[in-house]
Design a protein around this ligand. Structure first.
Ligand code: IPE
Ligand code: IPE
Ligand code: MG
Length: 237
């Protein structure tokens, strides 16, 4: 099972407490730990977290710098923990605009956890689904009939992603009901779960509620339920 999370609401969380927005991002990092532990504990195969979108470069420089600092610290501190929990780390997104020190930390984390056979933890940084779709379409090749798998493979390549299945459950905190350019291809048949809880408050119970709601959904992929087949006309309509 692949769960993806749009971790939204850090800024509002801080502002409601009269704190600067970066304080929300710092507390949000603790929520990341909780979500990772909860997901690994529930046997989730892949967890993809949206940490920074290509559009987020439009924020004030101080906030952007703070986020990248936080992200590098996270990798440096968490790699050992991932090893202990057999979690494989993978950072997806563009890499051409990242600070060399961050790139080094990413490559180190990915290399160190390469052999881990437990959950795959993908963190999306400088990520845009549209950008990756455009890039994947631009790769020249002699494949005439590019099928779903071949295109998915190209997408994974442009995103520096290890091979994973499509998203089953997409969670967005913070109350907004939109995708904000996240995993547009991979979420084609994902179940969407929007929750008003702000990301820094998100805990193991919230994760559990999302999984419970998911278990109640009926994934039909365009088909109809067997019980709904009531007459042969259904097939001829
Ligand atoms: C999500 O929280 C974190 C990032 C986008 C990096 P926000 O910073 O978007 O928080 P809100 O939506 O402004 O509350
Ligand atoms: C989406 O949140 C990006 C991340 C959580 C990293 P935003 O706060 O940037 O999205 P919008 O601006 O509300 O669409
Ligand atoms: Mg936001």
């Amino acid at each position: 099972m692949h769960v993806a999370i749009i971790m939204d609401g850090n800024g509002r969380w801080a502002q409601r407490r009269g704190l600067p927005r970066p304080a929300g991002h710092r507390v949000g990092a603790d929520a990341v730990d909780r979500a990772v532990t909860a997901a690994a504990g529930r046997g989730i195969d892949v967890l993809t977290l949206y940490a920074f979108s290509c559009a987020n470069w439009q924020r004030p420089l101080a906030e952007v710098r703070g986020l990248f600092r936080l992200f590098r610290c996270y990798l440096e501190e968490q790699t050992q923990r991932c090893l202990e929990q057999s979690i494989r780390l993978n950072v997806i997104g563009r890499r051409d605009r990242l600070d060399p020190r961050l790139l080094e930390a990413i490559e180190h984390s990915e290399r160190s956890t390469e052999q881990c056979k437990g959950m795959i933890l993908r963190i999306a940084v400088d990520y845009s689904a549209r950008w990756s779709l455009m890039r994947a379409s631009q790769i020249s090749s002699d494949i005439v009939d590019l099928d779903h798998d071949a295109f998915a493979h190209r997408l994974a390549t442009v995103n520096h992603s290890v091979p994973v299945s499509d998203v089953d459950l997409l969670i967005r905190t913070g109350g907004e009901c939109r995708l904000s350019d996240f995993l547009l291809w991979e979420c084609a048949y994902a179940e969407l779960y929007f929750v008003s809880r702000l990301w820094p408050d998100f805990d193991a119970d919230d994760f559990e509620s999302a999984l419970l709601e998911y278990s109640r959904r009926d994934r039909r992929y365009g088909r109809i339920d067997d019980e709904a087949v009531d007459s042969p006309e259904v097939h001829h309509a």
